[in-house]
Design a protein around this ligand. Sequence first.
Ligand code: C5P
Length: 326
Amino acid sequence: MGAGEPAVRSLRLRACAKLNLGLEVLGKREDGYHELRTIFQTIDLHDDVLITLRPRGIEVACDDPAVPVGEANLAWRAARDLQRYGRVAGGVRIELRKRIPVGAGLGGGSSDAAAVLMGLNRLWRLDIGAERLRLLAVRLGADVPYFLVGGTAVGVGRGDEVYPLREQIRCRVVVAFPGPSVSTAAVFDRVDSSLTLRESGHIIIRFIARRLEGGSGYEALSNQLEEAALVEAPELAERVRKIRGILVRERALLASLTGSGSAYFGLFDDASAATRARAALQAAGFGAFRGRTLPLDQYRRMWVPSSSRSGKERTSWRSRTSRSSR
Ligand code: C5P
């Protein structure tokens, strides 16, 4: 922002959901986390995050009563960490309008936190660079650094080392929400006791290799948390079987659990097949979202501010994609 422009006091951001297009667990690390390989993908299902500067204190408000609004909220912690790191005297109010189901493996809480890091970096004019922002994100949670990047990307380490892929995935997505939420930690514990672990290590590499050869690579992908999640939440198994059946019948390119669940998605290159899949899921009693993948260039544009009028800054993304996405 140039000198003489009015100070921006408030920002409204979109915090997108992610899918794990494939996920493999290589083993348990000394820090208690698991060494992962995954393909992350942002989609146009999003929360709204309204960040408003105020003289002091950090306050979070959320339209979903199931979401904690104090220190247990990742967005609250993101603001606190940035405030401390930047030695900021002022405070902030964060309003979250949740659309991304909570505890579904869609990364909603992590995405909200990343939006707060990026938004407050701008509003407080801290000018913290990408690498330092990434380190702040790593401390908040394993999925948070990915949301500073977005698009189609490989995640390694705890999932917090993120490398964008040259070829971004552009297709339709349908996400079904069978509920209930599943504990990520409990699912990882179950994976530890399963033997399939020792056979892993090639899913993501095979996917990337096949794409380099010109194929889609989707047939190489699977989520190694899926089996453990269904053991952890047995009431999910029958619902997932139905959802998967519908997605496969409509010729999804890939049908899989995301993260540790419980959301289950299909990728489609055909828009009408995606529409039919969503309708069939809804007819079977499942909540379902139909949208698109959000490639890197579109994700990055979300954070480019348009002109700031009357002290309010808006991202240019809202008006552009609301016309094209649904
Ligand atoms: O980092 P985050 O709080 O999102 O992770 C939630 C839980 O998932 C962790 O407490 C851990 O039990 C498990 N996890 C893991 N290995 C990872 C990521 C998450 O074991 N790479």
